[in-house]
Design a protein around this ligand. Structure first.
Ligand code: PSV
Ligand code: MN
Length: 424
């Protein structure tokens, strides 16, 4: 479904007076407002193809309706999100859930919707119909070289799909691990993973990045072969300059200081990208910023600090992606909320007075340092984010417009109630 620009304009006209009052109020105290708005307009967050349908848990799945049943429809959904917020200008595909059988056609559709292709993701955590070897006991770390080779070949195939579409990165997340002490030889599992990744790395085009994603537990519960940022960084360092660590916010043990992890990975030049989501316990895959918005802000505070020190462009320097699985909300609304929360945290972090923070740190003035951070976090930056959207031709309030226009019902009319998206 293509959203008529006139609908967005009408919506903006209705909200513009109220918006102007709040924007004028907030921006009066932000001297660098023009620069912040430019940065907000440029900042795009890729949408995961697997989050456009209703996710389930291991207890069941309560299907939504009007889900995208084809890759084309998934692109249309991302196009719809992008029309609403002009902040979701890319899709991250998961193979084999989203095989682009006709790459040229898919590319043309994406470009008509003004969306590009972010990292492509391989899947060696499920067995596919007709697959020769099972991944029950792992993939790249497997004791059997034939299983490892099959998983390597799959990743090469994913790179080739990505090349055809114009992606520039491969994300590898492995479910490899063990659930019982003694099941695995840790060193051999790590070495096997390294040599398999080395094979994949050889097939990575020059201008591509390899993102090595880690996860503390699940689906295995005693050990994960790439279980934390140390193991991921070790692999990335051994692989070479095109390999980086990918941080998924749900992949840490409770209370991990993710902002510190991010800061040090950036310092080492090895932070490649993000999977945004939020969680109370672990890999809950909830809407970004819905549980721990202060943590999200602190992460962005470190990101900006680290990127500015190295002169890294905020918009293009790292891979910004959402990774979520919605089993209660409408996926499209949830994704709009996630993008909004990410941009709010980014805007708040842009407000931090870095000079003053540096001075407070040098003087061990903890109170001042805390005040500086909380002052930025407690600023209502929503009018700045909305103004950036307005300037880009998007809606002042995307969630409200989605609702007012009954967009889900329109999708159901187009696709029916029973269409099911591939994914988790
Ligand atoms: C694993 O939990 C993960 O975070 C990886 O990024 C996967 O690719 C994604 O979820 C979707 O299953
Ligand atoms: Mn992830």
């Amino acid at each position: 479904m293509i959203l008529d620009k006139k609908i967005i304009d009408q919506h903006n006209n209705q909200l513009k007076d109220k918006h102007k009052r709040s924007f004028d109020y907030v921006s009066a105290d932000v001297p660098q407002v023009g620069e912040i708005l430019n940065k907000l307009q440029n900042f795009q967050i890729a949408i995961p193809s697997w989050a456009l349908g209703t996710g389930g848990t291991r207890f069941g799945r309560f299907s939504g309706a009007g889900e995208p049943g084809t890759l084309e429809q998934k692109l249309e959904d991302v196009g719809l999100l992008h029309a609403l917020n002009k902040s979701s200008g890319a899709i991250s595909l998961h193979i084999p859930w989203d095989i682009p059988s006709d790459a040229e056609k898919i590319k043309a559709l994406a470009s008509s919707l003004e969306i590009g292709f972010d990292a492509v993701n391989s899947n060696t955590f499920q067995d596919q119909a007709g697959q020769v070897h099972s991944y029950k006991f792992g993939s790249l770390h497997h004791v059997d070289p034939k299983v490892r080779q099959q998983a390597v070949d799959h990743n090469i195939e994913v790179i080739n799909y990505g090349k055809a579409l114009g992606s520039k990165a491969l994300t590898v997340w492995l479910a490899d691990g063990s659930s019982f002490p003694g099941q695995l030889n840790f060193r051999e599992a790590f070495q096997n993973t390294l040599s398999s990744l080395q094979e994949i790395y050889k097939h990575l085009p020059e201008d591509w990045k390899l993102f090595v994603e880690y996860k503390a537990f699940e689906p295995y519960f005693y050990s994960m072969t790439i279980g934390d940022w140390g193991q991921s960084l070790l692999l990335a360092n051994k692989l070479g300059p095109k390999a980086y660590t990918l941080v998924d916010l749900g992949h840490h043990l409770p209370n991990a200081n993710i902002e510190q992890i991010v800061s040090l990975l950036l310092m080492e030049g090895k932070l490649g990208g993000f999977h945004f989501n939020d969680s109370k316990y672990a890999d809950d895959d909830l809407t970004a910023g819905s549980i721990k918005p202060y943590q999200l802000f602190l992460i962005f505070n470190e990101l900006i600090d680290g990127m500015d020190v190295k002169g890294i462009d905020h918009a293009s320097g790292l891979g910004w992606m959402i990774d979520a699985s919605h089993n209660l909300k409408d996926p499209l609304i949830d994704l709009l909320q996630s993008v909004e929360a990410i941009k709010i945290a980014y805007a708040q972090a842009l407000l931090v007075d870095r000079e003053a923070l540096k001075q407070a740190q040098q003087a061990n003035d903890i109170v001042k340092a805390q005040e500086i951070l909380q002052d930025a976090f407690r600023t209502d930056v929503r009018p700045l984010v909305a103004e950036a959207r307005l300037r880009s031709g998007a809606a002042l309030n995307p969630v409200q417009l989605f609702d007012e226009e009954n967009l889900r019902n329109k999708l159901i009319e187009e696709r029916g109630v029973n269409s099911v998206a591939t994914g988790l």
